[in-house]
Design a protein around this ligand. Structure first.
Ligand SMILES: [Zn+2]
Length: 458
């Protein structure tokens, strides 16, 4: 009798799960776990989780420890996808007719080399439209308004001289960002381009330069490169359908932030501790459901990216070195900053900004709308093609959109602590994280089991 009841219970239990159209994720999501994880991820001891630094590696090890605790497995036995970045730094001086110009206030430069010491006297003045006609034995001066006006790819690849751009609206932060920044390893073009701040030149020097007179110019530039190792993290749950399991839904969040500046630790509790811990909670839940034999036809890959704050580098690397072919990646749902209210626009119901979705896939837009169970208001303000903040291009989902993969970026809204040392855990709204995680869980579940994959609309 006992055994009979036990088996009956087991049978009914399993039937319930198997036939279940909907799982109540909201009930299962554990905000205590999210909070406990966020306390570690946004702790001072992680030193702002800057890519390439030990604080980020501590965060990575913590995420893997938790995944192991939850019984999650990585794809092909490796939780880490390790990759290298270049940390470049630049310095230099240029002396023109006795006046010394300093990098980066007075000039900036680009080009592939480590060290340059040279003397240049003769320049030819050309218009910006003539960059494709440069002669290797000559040096040139081009007068421009903005650094971004220059399409360096117009310059012939084998050009060996020096091009000076006299820049009216020179912006040194363009180059300081580069000196601080990490980049993926890729070939740089050899052409030396120097952007001179027009305001840093004395009037008569500028006149001389622009009237094609001979000038004395000594250039001394240095560039150092340091190789940095970092990692994306993954967890994988294989689907149950023999055919559809080769298709995968990617759930992602970047786990890096911007480190320490002027002795202040930028803990990034919202950016993106909130997304990091939400995806960790999703991995726990989907693994638990899988263990209870809930059916997901397709597979799920959870990804935590590094390098996001330096220009979406982790997802860029992933999209060029995917664990599962991109052709089998049916959707990316990316979570970045979901732990704060939009203090300006949020009224009775909580808001979540949906970026992507119908911008690249009407199917995905509809699945996401149908997956929303009335706990949140979906807002499409930042999805407007004319939106000045261009959020569609600003988080990791974009590297999937670029590859024709339907994607949604879930974003909770800007606040006064964005990229400030004051983005701390005591301001986090865990109920909002829970509601957004619930929506992403529902959307994921529907994508895993839907008849067909969402179509990407160009
Ligand atoms: Zn972010």
């Amino acid at each position: 009798m006992k055994y009979f009841l036990f088996f009956l219970f087991l049978l009914i239990g399993n039937l319930c799960l198997l036939s279940q159209k909907k799982i109540n994720f909201y009930e299962i999501i554990d905000t205590n776990k999210i909070k406990a994880n966020l306390m570690v991820i946004s702790h001072d001891s992680l030193e702002g989780r800057n890519t390439g630094e030990k604080g980020l590696n501590k965060a990575a090890n913590y995420i893997v420890d938790k995944l192991k605790e939850y019984g999650c497995k990585p794809f092909e036995n490796k939780f880490f996808q390790t990759y290298n970045l270049l940390n470049k730094s630049k310095s230099g001086e240029i002396n023109i007719n006795g006046k010394t110009l300093h990098f980066p206030a007075d000039f900036g430069f680009n080009g592939e080399y480590n060290k340059i010491e040279k003397r240049v006297e003769n320049f030819e003045i050309i218009a910006i439209n003539d960059l494709s006609k440069l002669n290797s034995n000559k040096n040139y001066i081009v007068k421009i308004e903005n650094i971004s006006d220059v399409d360096e790819f117009l310059i012939p690849n084998d050009y060996k001289g020096t091009v000076f751009f006299i820049t009216k609206n020179y912006n040194s932060s363009y180059f300081t960002r580069q000196t601080k920044g990490l980049t993926l390893i890729k070939e740089e073009r050899k052409v030396l381009k120097i952007y001179i701040n027009e305001k840093s030149l004395k009037k008569h020097t500028l006149k001389k330069i622009l009237s094609n007179k001979k000038i004395n110019c000594n250039i001394s530039l240095n560039k150092t490169k340091e190789l940095i190792e970092t990692q994306n993290i993954n967890a994988f749950i294989e689907g149950s359908d023999s055919l559809l399991k080769k298709e995968v839904v990617i759930i992602s969040a970047h786990y890096d932030h911007i480190g320490v500046e002027n002795n202040e630790v930028f803990n990034g509790a919202d950016d993106n501790g909130s997304g990091t811990t939400a995806v960790l909670e999703m991995a726990r839940i989907f693994q638990m459901l899988k263990n209870k034999e809930a059916l997901f036809k397709r597979s799920i890959l959870f990804l935590w990216f590094s390098g996001e704050e330096h220009g979406l580098l982790g997802s860029d690397y992933y999209s060029k070195n995917p664990l599962i072919p991109l052709s089998n990646t049916i959707t990316n749902l990316n979570i970045d900053m979901i732990g704060r209210k939009d203090t300006i626009l949020e009224k009775e119901k909580e808001l979540i900004y949906i970026v992507g979705g119908n911008r690249n896939s009407v199917d995905l837009h509809q699945i996401n709308e149908q997956s929303n169970d009335d706990k949140l208001t979906l807002d499409y303000k930042y999805n407007d093609v004319n939106d000045l903040l261009r959020l569609y291009f600003r988080s990791d989902h974009y590297n999937f959109a670029k590859n024709n993969i339907p994607c949604i970026f879930y974003f909770g809204g800007f606040h006064e602590d964005y990229h400030q040392a004051s983005d701390e855990i005591d301001k986090i709204d865990f109920e909002k994280i829970k509601k957004v995680t619930n929506l992403v869980c529902n959307t994921t579940f529907n994508l895993l089991n839907s008849e067909s994959r969402p179509v990407f609309n160009k």
